[in-house]
Design a protein around this ligand. Structure first.
Ligand code: TRH
Length: 383
């Protein structure tokens, strides 16, 4: 019986919020939509607390949203393995736990949840088994992705409905809570979640010179020192507001995961980064600009181009070029026009891009929901 199944999810926080962001979204979904007993092992509860303030950073074990959250400490406390074991993004499981898995009968279904990519090879690798070199265990590679042949995308049931209700009746109150008035008719509100980026000053210059007003909302994070340098101020803190030409900059506190969704839903354009915020921005049905997690061998350019190709398929040519231009210049790719030309092109195509973003969720839905697909995959292995 599905409802009786036990799952352990292991998550190591690398250097950002994506790993825990995705693991937490998955854990919540498995509990609330599939009635599973989920333990989430996390090595950095402080990072977890940033995206979910109810988390107590020093608790060895706590229950949150129906998920049992356990501190993953070294040495690892003895724990009987669950029936299903997820290691998020290849985060090497504790040896003692692995040994216990290998003597459990039947052995747990062991899944390595991989990073999301729109690249075509993902479909070929999704679901492949890999026998453990020493132990009688098999690990399966589960690849999230944008097509039905992949593991699909994280999205909770009822997401579209919640977004529609918020857009209809929650936006004004949301802006008030953040200390902002409702936007003026000609005003564009942009959220900015980014890594340090050499293209940022030119983007801010373009916004400051825009013929219409732009309000940029920035949750506290890695991009703040660069913003401060552009403004020629020593530091920036939450709730500060600065104006330069047409641009008004608001620094926000880091929001919890659900309120961050509200920000994405309320803005007319969202700059996002990494993996989870990128998918949330797509589900937000608003235009987005994605900054891929930078990789040493520029592998992130392949990822960016693959998602761009998918995202702009069927989009009018000039609008597709405008989207491609700003995504590429924002990711530091060579042979792109400068930022001010890219921004002007985006502005010229804004209405078409907005319409495309509005209809995009339908296309996105074709990939299927990751939690459902993962549960089906596991149930097939448990048969
Ligand atoms: O934080 P990230 O840069 O995480 C990255 C990526 O996942 C990348 O693929 C991975 O390799 C690297 O970490 C190690 O970006 P991402 O994936 O968008 O995760 C951010 C999370 O933070 C997401 O769940 C949304 C959440 N968030 C909030 O909860 N509140 C906020 O105010 C903001 C800006 C984000």
């Amino acid at each position: 019986m599905r409802g009786m199944r036990t799952w352990d999810i292991f998550c190591k926080v690398v250097d950002n919020y994506g790993d825990i962001g995705i693991a937490w979204r998955l854990a919540r979904g498995l509990v609330s939509e599939h009635g599973l007993a989920v333990r989430l092992w996390v090595d950095d509860l402080h990072a977890f607390q940033r995206i979910w303030p109810a988390i107590a950073p020093n608790a060895v074990e706590q229950s949150c949203e129906g998920v049992t959250v356990c501190a993953w400490r070294t040495p690892f406390a003895a724990a009987a393995p669950a029936q299903v074991v997820i290691d998020a993004f290849g985060c090497t499981l504790p040896e003692a736990y692995l040994a216990a898995m290998s003597v459990q009968s039947p052995p747990p279904v062991w899944i390595n949840l991989e990073y999301l990519s729109a690249e075509p090879w993902v479909a070929e690798h999704h679901g492949l088994p890999s026998p453990h070199p020493r132990l009688p265990l098999t690990r399966y590679f589960f690849f999230p992705g944008y097509t039905p042949e992949t593991g699909g995308l994280l999205a909770e049931a009822g997401l579209a409905g919640r977004r529609a209700a918020f857009v209809q009746s929650g936006v004004a109150a949301f802006w008030r809570q953040l200390g902002l008035d409702a936007p003026q008719p000609d005003e564009l509100r942009v959220s900015l979640f980014a890594y340090e980026n050499p293209a940022l000053p030119a983007l801010l210059d373009a916004w400051a010179a825009d013929p219409r007003r732009i309000t940029c909302l920035v949750p506290e994070g890695r991009v703040i020192p660069q913003l401060a340098a552009w403004l020629s101020v020593a530091d920036l803190r939450a709730s500060e507001v600065h104006r330069r030409g047409a641009l008004q900059l608001h620094i926000l506190p880091f929001l919890d995961q659900d309120r961050y969704d509200h920000l994405l839903w309320a803005c007319g354009l969202n700059f996002v980064r990494g993996e989870d915020s990128c998918v949330r921005a797509q589900w937000a049905a608003r235009p987005l600009v994605w900054q891929a997690y930078p990789q040493a061998d520029a592998a992130h350019w392949d990822k960016t181009n693959a998602l761009l190709a998918h995202y702009t398929e069927g989009l009018d040519e000039a609008a597709a070029r405008a989207v491609g231009g700003i995504w590429r210049v924002w990711n530091g790719m060579p042979d792109v026009e400068d930022m001010s030309a890219c921004w002007a092109a985006w502005r010229a195509q804004q209405a078409v891009i907005e319409a495309h973003a509005g209809g995009w969720c339908e296309r996105l839905g074709l990939a299927g929901r990751l939690t459902d697909k993962l549960v089906d995959f596991v149930e097939n292995k448990l048969k």
